[in-house]
Design a protein around this ligand. Structure first.
Ligand code: ZN
Length: 229
C-alpha cells in the first residue's frame, strides 16, 4: 500500500512540475514570437467589447505562426495567429468574425479555463499512472487501458464543456457590444469550408473544439433562451 501511495505522490509532484514548466515555456515562446495587434479596422470592434465589459482596452496580440488559431495564454493574454490575421486582411474573414474569436478567448480567460484545464490534466495524469499501477495487479493489460480511457474521456468532456461555455460568453458579449452573433456563426461555416478545401485536417482552432454544427445550434439555443433573436 505504501508503494502505491508513493507512486501517486510522485506522480502528482511530477505533474505540478511539468505543468509549471510547460506554462513557462509557453510564455517564453509567446513573448518571443508575438507583438501587439494594431489594426484600425479591428480596433473599433475591440473598443466596443471593452466598453461592454467596462474595461479601458482589450489588448490583443499577434502570434507569429501560419496556422489559423486563436488562443488565451495561462497568464490571460489573448492571441490571434498571423495566419488568421492575414486571412482577415485578405478579406477571407470579416471584422465581426475575428471579433468573435477574441470574444471566445476572452471567455476562456474570464471563466478561468486555463487554470481548471491544468488541474484536470494533472488529475488525469495522476489517475492514469497511479490507477494503472493498482489495477494492473488485479486486471493485467486491460486494467490500465480502462483507466487510461476513463481519464482521457474525463478531460475531453471537461474541455468540450469549456468550449461551449466560452462560446456562450462570446455570444453574450457580442450581443451586449452591439456586434451581434452573425459573425460567430459564419466563422464556423468558413472554417468548415476551409477544412473541406484543404483536405489536410481542420484548422487548428477547430481541431481542439467540438463540431461546428453543434456549436452553432448551442449559440442559437442561448439566443432563444435570452430572447435576443
Ligand atoms: Zn476555445
Amino acid at each position: 500500500m505504501h508503494g502505491i501511495a508513493l507512486v501517486v505522490i510522485l506522480t502528482l509532484a511530477y505533474t505540478v512540475f511539468a505543468a509549471r514548466a510547460s506554462i513557462a515555456s509557453t510564455k517564453t515562446e509567446l513573448d518571443k514570437r508575438s507583438s501587439p495587434l494594431r489594426d484600425s479596422a479591428l480596433q473599433a470592434h475591440f473598443s466596443r467589447m471593452a466598453d461592454a465589459l467596462e474595461l479601458p482596452t482589450i489588448p490583443v496580440n499577434i502570434y507569429d505562426v501560419d496556422q489559423v488559431n486563436g488562443l488565451a495564454a495561462p497568464d490571460g493574454r489573448i492571441f490571434i495567429t498571423r495566419g488568421f490575421y492575414q486571412k482577415f486582411r485578405s478579406g477571407a474573414f470579416s471584422a465581426d468574425e475575428l471579433a468573435s474569436v477574441v470574444a471566445h478567448e476572452l471567455g476562456h480567460v474570464a471563466l478561468g479555463h486555463s487554470k481548471r484545464r491544468m488541474i484536470s490534466f494533472g488529475v488525469a495524469q495522476a489517475m492514469q499512472t497511479g490507477g494503472a499501477l493498482v489495477l494492473s495487479r488485479f486486471v493485467p493489460f486491460v486494467g490500465p487501458m480502462i483507466v487510461g480511457a476513463v481519464a482521457s474521456m474525463l478531460t475531453a468532456r471537461l474541455s468540450r464543456t469549456d468550449e461551449y461555455e466560452a462560446d456562450e460568453y462570446a455570444t453574450a458579449l457580442l450581443i451586449k457590444s452591439g456586434i451581434g452573433t452573425a459573425g460567430q456563426k459564419t466563422l464556423f461555416h468558413k472554417l468548415d469550408r476551409m477544412t473541406a478545401a484543404h483536405g489536410s485536417g481542420p484548422p487548428a482552432w477547430l481541431r481542439s473544439h467540438p463540431p461546428s454544427e453543434d456549436r452553432i445550434a448551442a449559440i442559437e439555443a442561448n439566443e432563444e433562451r435570452w430572447g435576443t433573436t
